[in-house]
Design a protein. Structure first.
Length: 390
């Protein structure tokens, strides 16, 4: 598979010039016209202001996310017409905008999008018409591993769409040999979501994300950070913090497929990961077995697990939390505040909810903080902080 020439987007002197943005066809990368160094400076200033009350003792240098080629997952809306589909986004009138040369996608994703479009054209299936509420093809999700292997998910409206794609699966495997995982997801409802509850696997079970120290296994509905290089930097930073505080026991709450837990595991450290998704827990167990790591992974609610176990002799030396945007909330903050856990590592994609949670835990001080620019050209960021009990 070869990479297509990037005519609409090119990097030049700290900026990514994008034809889609300049023509007003896509505005997802709202900061793309701002010099990347200025993007970083603005994010640092905003994050420090939001976390001013927490007063981190040390701010480590920001881990930059790069100008281009960094996004490992594309969520492509299908537009256009049968035999002439677009893959990208829908505009305000729900017309398809083709973004096959988007500069922030990894080269492997850019290279496969035209192949996907040709394949869907050949099926004769109609793209879903949002306004008319008819049609079949809704989305294609593509995830790329560092190895170049791909996970491809087709999202369709009805059983008919699934049957058509299933009948052509062998031809698709020949077209995209790097697709180690292929599935079809059914989303019959007319609502603004990216996937439905039913998934049929056509090939494979999980995509192996081969990182620098750990291989993680992503299933079709697994969460993983969108910027692989920055995710590796984040995992390594947290592992350094956990090693520095010499934690002999560790909980990884909201552990997902086990990234933090597996990076921090060692023969001298007891590691437990908790995640509500049973699929993610099974993936974490596979990775642990491959690495020969004796880590424990449990499917369950992170807050309930903490409330039930923090007051017992099972209390760990260190807790990692990596919650969704809403943060860990009042209950988990209180559970941590009212126990003797010595250190907490909090990784957040929302500094505002992080600040609220830190205010609920005055028994802890922030000793170090670091921004990870997981989402260049946008206002979003990841920030991790190391807390020590006062």
């Amino acid at each position: 598979m070869t990479t297509l020439p990037l005519t609409p987007a090119s990097a030049d002197h700290g900026r990514l010039h994008c034809g889609y943005f300049e023509r007003g066809e896509c505005r997802s990368c709202a900061l793309i016209e701002t010099h990347y160094g200025q993007q970083i400076a603005d994010k640092e200033a905003w994050c420090r202001e939001v976390l001013a009350e927490a007063a981190p003792r040390v701010w480590l240098p920001t881990f930059a996310g790069g100008l281009r080629d960094f996004r490992n997952r594309a969520k492509l809306a299908v537009g256009g017409s049968a035999g002439n589909v677009t893959l990208g986004i829908l505009d305000q009138e729900f017309h398809g905008v083709d973004l096959r040369d988007c500069g922030i996608q990894t080269p492997a994703i850019r290279a496969v999008i035209p192949v996907l479009a040709d394949f869907l054209d050949a099926t004769g299936l109609e793209p879903y018409d949002v306004a008319a509420r008819r049609g079949e093809l809704k989305f294609v999700h593509v995830t790329a591993a560092p190895s170049g292997e791909l996970m491809i998910r087709f999202v369709v409206r009805t059983q008919h769409g699934l049957d058509v794609l299933r009948s052509r699966k062998d031809a698709f495997f020949d077209l995209v040999p790097d697709a180690s995982v292929v599935s079809v997801n059914l989303l019959p409802e007319h609502k603004a979501v990216l996937e439905g509850g039913r998934e049929e696997m056509l090939r494979g079970e999980s995509l192996r994300m081969n990182l620098d120290r750990v291989d993680l296994h992503l299933r079709p509905q697994s969460f993983f950070q969108t910027n692989t290089a920055v995710a590796i930097g984040l995992y390594n930073q947290v592992a350094q913090w956990v090693d520095a505080v010499e934690a002999s026991s560790l909980w990884d709450l909201y552990c997902g497929v086990g990234g933090f837990a597996l990076y921090c595991a060692s023969p001298a450290r007891r590691v437990t990961g908790v995640e509500v998704s049973e699929q993610a827990i099974e993936s974490a167990k596979v990775s642990a077995a491959e690495l020969g790591i004796e880590a424990r992974f449990l499917a369950g609610d992170a807050t309930e697990f903490a409330e039930e176990n923090l007051s017992t002799d099972k209390r760990p030396d260190c807790v990692i939390v990596n919650p969704p945007r809403r943060g860990i909330g009042a209950r988990l903050s209180a559970a941590l505040e009212n126990t003797g856990v010595e250190h907490i590592v909090y990784s957040s994609c929302n500094p505002v909810s992080l600040a609220k949670d830190l205010a609920r835990m005055p028994a802890y001080e922030v000793t170090q903080a670091r921004i990870f620019d997981m989402f260049p050209h946008t206002k979003h960021l990841e920030v991790a902080v190391l807390l020590q009990r006062r």
